[in-house]
Design a protein around this ligand. Sequence first.
Ligand code: SAM
Ligand code: SF4
Ligand code: SF4
Length: 347
Amino acid sequence: MADQDLRANALQVLDTLERPLRDLRISLTDHCNFRCVYCMPKAVFGTRYRFVGHDGLLTFDEIEQLVRLFVQLGVGKVRLTGGEPLLRPHIEDLIARLVAVPGIDDIALTTNGSLLTPAKAAALRNAGLRRITISLDSLCDTTYQAMNDVGFPVAKVLAAIDTAKAEGLPVKINMVVRRGLNDQDIMPMAEHFRNSGHVLRFIEYMDVGNMNGWQPDDVVPSREIIDRIGGRWPLKALEPSRYGEVASRYAYEDGAGEVGFISSVSQPFCRTCTRARLSPEGMLYTCLFGTVGKDLRSLLRGAAGDDAILALLQKVWGSREDRYSELRSLLRARGTGAKVEMFHIGG
Ligand code: SAM
Ligand code: SF4
Ligand code: SF4
């Protein structure tokens, strides 16, 4: 049966805003070898921080079991993220297993690129990965190292991008822009990745979690970036390639390729948000800014069978009301509960 047919027969549920469930983001670990200042600032994530222990992590068996259930609710796309997902040993084995799940037609991976050796890229590709997103916030070593805060050099990320390309993996580059930190790198990054065949995506700095000290003035709105880039190399807007796509896509009019803008703060896209998120220890969140997750690991490790888990997933999605980004100002002013951290449920 074709993947679409499979999902057309699925036990699909719409949430309270009539949004279907389409994507599942799985954070494979909360560990990371970087300490990006906007995600896991060192002051908080030092030696005393308690990460999820090995036994607490969902196993590959458990992840596959959940993915098979999520497919029945309409999920066709899985993104593996973290923390740093390449820290999870044998991630390629998981990819091979998920690629084989009927109904899954797209597996993506977001990584900081630091562990993407040629051997790892080949293993990922052989396992069935067909594209990769690599994060890079600057081409200037001083700025980049200040942002990753572990002294990791730009050249090694650029080498990882080349490695992925050599393995035949299309690459997207994620650049989080924070005013006063790396906004001077917008034009050099755009110039570098024009004509490269890679799609650079500018991400508005978000107030994920509770630790990064986010202030509204730190955000460089996408409109400003589009105007800056378009002033030098004219851009034309492209149609979204699918329902629920997070990036607004633009093409360089001179044919130098495509750039994307993820405007979660200035132009929230909650109305078409089709994503659920799984934390490393099996908590299910229906929003990046979730405060309360549902513990699926206890169900997997307890007596609950697939039908009970499926019923719970349907109930959770069916009662979903999330639209944090649309309500950001209101909720921040109200000072709602502690949010889950980004490295915990992935970007
Ligand atoms: N470690 C991997 C990486 O950095 O690519 C995957 C996990 S990381 C949490 C996923 C994406 O979220 C990265 O592209 C990262 O830059 C982005 N991100 C992290 N914190 C962010 C924030 N506060 N605002 C916007 N994007 C953020
Ligand atoms: Fe690690 Fe990615 Fe967060 Fe940076 S953005 S600290 S690389 S999880
Ligand atoms: Fe989706 Fe929540 Fe982000 Fe809105 S704020 S787009 S509901 S993850």
